[in-house]
Design a protein around this ligand. Structure first.
Ligand code: MG
Length: 395
């Protein structure tokens, strides 16, 4: 029996993880649940899974929740941290959205908990620091991100020195065939319509800009301790191969699967053993063919921007991530155009003074600066762009 804490329990990954817990109560017990603000869903989860502690990040909603349930309720970042480091927990599933996941994930690591990591922003913002702390605390960080889970599985029993390349696959999102000049007019609804995966809003927009793949390159760099030049991205629109590892003898090991996050979540939660869960088999004849292509860096500049931030090092990836979070939020609020997301990220990076990230405080400082700077840029750009009847923006 493994005692779990689920950070981000009401989000897409959290909900899927709890489906696995429900299916396999012989394997998992829920100790703690942490949510941002979805009260109704959290109450349903409390009734079903009977955790010992719950955290509601929104303090006003936490006060309200205290009157409605008998479970211990905590709030704010401190509350999420208390949940993440609960003495009875064996593993924390880190599935919050954005850099907000960093402090609780780091707290879980320092408290000696293994981490099933879905929150890639933790490693983008402070990857070197988090992996160093994980080694010091002798805890495992097991990826949930489907690409990294695929690579993790392909690397089992292999030596890192025998790796020639990590090959991350990218669906390239909904705009793979859209002409570049039309990208500016992309609407929120179009961008949220991912062809293969059902995910939260933030990551779906990141997939549409391909910033998600850029963040995943940075995540892979730290998770697998591999140099950036050994990480490649290949476009694979079918999302059947989740990623691959090329070895020194030119052999390539690929991991395939359904586009269903329950598979990598189950793998991470039950690591090192595989878990039997109720998912259908991959219908290879039904899929028919798999195709591959180079990414279009002109149409999706976010990918090159992420590689550049990784090469710059220090606080640059934290700045990239925070600017992207602010810009995605502004796009979802219809304040800026789709293509402006990358412009905001680029301009924030150009304006930043790169500093070392040696501590959580260093990472949070860079994150805070970048959010402020990017919001200023969004404010200025927003005046230039005006909503066009909710169908995108015109200049
Ligand atoms: Mg992914």
């Amino acid at each position: 029996m493994k005692n779990l804490v689920i950070l981000g329990s009401t989000g897409s990954i959290g909900v899927n993880a709890l489906k696995i817990v429900e299916e396999r109560p012989d394997r998992f017990n829920v100790i703690g649940l942490a949510a941002k603000s979805n009260m109704d869903r959290l109450i349903g989860q409390i009734e079903k899974f009977r955790p010992e502690i719950v955290s509601m990040a929104d303090p006003a909603k936490a006060r309200e929740l205290k009157g409605l349930v008998k479970t211990k309720v905590v709030s704010g970042v401190e509350g999420t941290i208390e949940c993440a480091s609960h003495p009875d927990a064996d593993m924390a599933l880190s599935a919050m959205v954005g850099a907000a996941g960093l402090a609780p994930t780091l707290a879980a690591v320092k408290a000696g908990k293994d981490v099933a990591l879905a929150n890639k922003e933790t490693l983008v913002t402070a990857g070197e620091l988090v992996m160093r702390e994980a080694r010091a605390a002798k805890v495992k960080i097991i990826p949930v991100d489907s690409e990294h889970s695929a690579i993790f599985q392909a690397l089992r029993g292999e030596k890192l020195r025998n790796v020639r390349t990590l090959i991350l696959t990218a669906s390239s999102g909904p705009f793979i065939h859209m002409p570049a000049e039309q990208m500016r007019k992309v609407t929120v609804e179009q961008a949220l319509n991912h062809p293969n995966w059902s995910m939260g809003k933030k990551i779906t927009i990141d997939s549409a800009t391909m910033m998600n793949k850029g963040l995943e390159v940075i995540e892979a760099r730290w998770l697998f301790n591999i140099q950036p030049e050994k990480i490649k991205v290949v476009v694979h629109p079918q999302s059947v191969i989740h990623s691959m590892v090329e070895f020194c003898d030119s052999s390539v090991i690929a991991q395939m699967g359904l586009p269903d996050m329950r598979a990598p979540i189950a793998f991470a939660l039950n690591y090192p053993s595989r878990l039997s869960i109720d998912l259908p088999s991959l219908d290879l004849p039904g899929i028919g063919s798999l195709t591959f292509a180079e990414p279009d860096h002109d149409k999706f500049p976010a990918l090159s921007t992420a590689y550049e931030a990784l090469a710059t090092g220090g606080s640059a990836p934290a700045v990239l991530n925070a600017a992207n979070e602010a810009a995605v939020e502004a796009f979802l609020d219809r304040k800026i155009a789709f293509t402006t997301i990358c412009e905001v990220v680029d301009r924030t990076l150009q304006a930043c003074d790169v500093t070392p990230v040696r501590s959580l405080a260093d990472a949070l400082r860079a994150d805070k600066w970048a959010r402020k700077k990017s919001r200023e840029l969004i404010g200025a750009i927003g005046k230039r762009e005006r909503p066009d009847r909710g169908l995108g923006v015109s200049v």
